[in-house]
Design a protein around this ligand. Structure first.
Ligand SMILES: *Cc1c(COP(=O)(O)O)cnc(C)c1O
Length: 362
């Protein structure tokens, strides 16, 4: 079987989305979050597409900062998870990566860091309610003062927090987190960075000096029931394959592993060359929309490793070799994610090495 599972990355969409994020977030500057291989879109590819416009990149690992420097990117790169060992700091000095300081244990490493290895830019992470990384709000002031006094620290000390549920635009948690952050950092000098993508959309109060947008750059939304397109963003990934079989099945015949789908009438069932071995979610429920030649052919039966099966009753002219679109153009990945019990980020991050990545300028 010659597999033709293709993820097309739309470079024009990436650029459009960064411009759109900037327009929504202005006057705040935009950190383009490219962690997890740019949410599965390809770190070097995305960074190349956004280089001219991105004021800074943000990653989760020093190794990704290294890849960006190796590719020639010169802007600020913020490592969102901070140094885990003193030698991480040395590496961050060498690569000129901004360090996130979120824990007491990191302070003595910084105090002892050798300024001769290069200056270090830092951000203090304040935990305003997420309870993952960050100093308690009441520690922010002292940590800020002690960092400013350390010889290795260059320039201003940034102030950051992260929201737990900013996609709940009516919820109270984010308002509370914003208030705690303001209180904890009142009067302190340095740039503020609070917002992730959902906060850019729903919490204009939280803009600060920088926003950290990931999902929106890829056209992805985590707001329930809303796709990135609903906010003026374009999908940066289209995932497609081909129809490799069409089977005429009789009423009552069952399809796929464990026979979970029973044909309600005589019908054509299409077989497409993609499965969880490519990153299409095994948890996708029967009825999940899939496009065959642009028309909806719902998923039937279980997703298997290499193949899925489709109800072709609404696409009577389907032929072998026809294009099958799993998400992207015309089919929001958010819809597929909801049907699989997850979020869009999880799906784009989950492409396996079996998928062929190509680029287009659109
Ligand atoms: C991943 C991440 C972001 C980006 O979140 P999006 O929802 O993709 O915009 C921002 N800040 C931190 C600390 C993160 O870990």
């Amino acid at each position: 079987m010659s597999r033709t599972t293709v993820a097309t990355i739309h470079l024009g969409a990436l650029r459009h989305n960064l411009a759109r994020a900037r327009a929504l977030a202005g006057p705040a500057k935009v950190m383009a979050v490219v962690k997890a291989d740019a949410y599965g879109h390809g770190l070097e590819r995305v960074a190349r597409a956004l280089d001219a416009e991105a004021e800074a990149f943000a990653v989760a690992a020093i190794a990704d900062g290294l890849r960006l420097r190796a590719a020639g990117h010169r802007q600020r790169i913020v490592v969102l998870s901070g140094p885990d060992t003193p030698s991480d700091l040395v590496e961050m000095q060498r690569l000129r990566l901004d360090a996130l300081i979120h824990h007491e244990a990191q302070l003595p490493w910084l105090a002892k860091a050798d300024p001769a290895r290069g200056p270090l830019r830092v951000w203090i992470k304040v935990d305003t309610g997420m309870h993952r990384l960050g100093f308690p709000p009441e520690r922010a002031r002292e940590v800020h003062a002690s960092l400013l006094a350390m010889p290795v620290i260059e320039g201003e000390v940034g102030l950051m927090t992260h929201f737990a549920s900013s996609e709940e635009f009516q919820g109270r948690d984010t308002a509370l987190q914003i208030a705690r952050f303001r209180e904890a950092t009142k009067g302190l000098e340095g740039p503020r960075a609070l917002s992730n993508s959902a906060a850019v959309l729903g919490w204009p109060d939280a803009r600060g000096d920088w926003v950290r947008t990931g999902g929106l750059l890829y056209g992805l939304s985590v707001v329930e029931g809303r796709s990135g397109a609903d906010f003026g963003f374009r999908p940066a990934m289209s995932l497609a394959t081909r129809l490799v079989a069409i089977n005429r099945l009789a009423k009552g015949e069952r399809v796929g592993y464990n026979g979970t789908y029973e044909c309600p009438e005589d019908m054509d069932v299409g077989v497409a060359a993609i499965g969880y071995g490519d990153g299409y979610p095994r948890s996708a429920a029967a009825g999940t929309p899939v496009l065959v030649n642009g028309r909806v052919a719902p998923l039937v039966g279980r997703v298997s490793m290499d193949l899925i099966t489709l109800d072709l009753r609404a696409v009577p002219d389907a032929r072998l070799g026809d294009k099958v679109t799993l998400w992207g153009d015309g089919l929001p990945v958010e819809t597929v994610a909801a049907s699989a019990g997850t979020i869009s980020y999880d799906l784009t991050c989950g492409m396996t090495r079996r998928v062929l990545f190509v680029e287009d300028e659109a």
